[in-house]
Design a protein around this ligand. Structure first.
Ligand code: SF4
Length: 223
């Protein structure tokens, strides 16, 4: 039986007859402190990583490394050409495109996945690969004209349309991280695939606790 080493149960208590599972979640490797960014650095979540590790199964992934782009590597950005085509061009040398390489890597990673499907993904915002609707899209003059899904997120949505995808803004505090863990555990035992995660993440502290109490009250103990 899994016993929680973190104070999730004080913030979001569970009835005695409920044991939380450990949902499987994909996490950008750089958020887990791995030195895989284009500049050889990371974007570690710091101590929050341990909160997540205590409640979930974390599967690290860096799609750009998987695609063979190397670390460090030249930074790239999405550019919409005058023709309407979207290209992934090197920032310092826009004659070089990494689109085919990255797209193929992301597609292969998703298609080669085996075993239990992940329930969620916690991915780095604004990345050309990992951004979920937050990746900058520039025009040929270098001006941002919108945002889009990164190459990896596009493939994740194709492979698992029900996947919950969040970025690091969802886990800015320990309470946020615990809330995300509990929502994933709740989704796992309820099979609640049609619930919109953003509306739950947007709840404030007391609203979260009230929502949680209501859900727990509806869980009848076994006869
Ligand atoms: S591709 Fe994703 S995991 Fe890899 S460094 Fe960029 S944001 Fe992090």
């Amino acid at each position: 039986m899994h016993t929680s080493p973190h104070p999730t149960n004080q913030l979001f208590p569970l009835p005695g007859h409920v044991t939380p599972g450990r949902p499987l979640i994909l996490v950008s490797g750089c958020l887990l402190g791995e030195a895989v960014r284009y500049d050889g650095g990371d974007k570690s979540l710091g101590p929050l990583r341990e909160v997540l590790q205590g409640e979930l199964q974390l599967r690290s992934v860096c799609p750009e490394v998987y695609a063979g782009m190397g670390t460090p590597r030249p930074p790239v950005q999405w550019v919409e050409l005058a023709s309407g085509e979207r290209q992934l061009l090197q920032v310092d040398n826009p004659d070089i495109s990494a689109r085919e390489q990255l797209q193929a890597g992301c597609r292969n990673w998703c298609d080669n996945w085996q075993g239990e499907a992940p329930m969620a993904a916690l991915l780095k915002a604004r990345s050309p690969s990992c951004g979920n609707g937050t990746t900058p899209l520039l025009n040929e003059a270098g001006k941002q004209q919108g945002t889009m899904d990164g190459a990896f997120v596009q493939q994740l949505k194709r492979r698992w349309p029900q996947l919950w995808i969040v970025d690091e803004s969802a886990v800015e505090t320990e309470a946020d991280a615990l809330w995300l863990c509990r929502l994933l555990q709740w989704r796992q035992w309820q099979g609640a695939t049609d619930v919109l995660l953003p509306s739950l993440l947007a709840l404030t502290g007391e609203e979260r606790r009230a929502w949680w109490r209501k859900q727990m009250a509806s869980l009848a103990p076994p006869q």
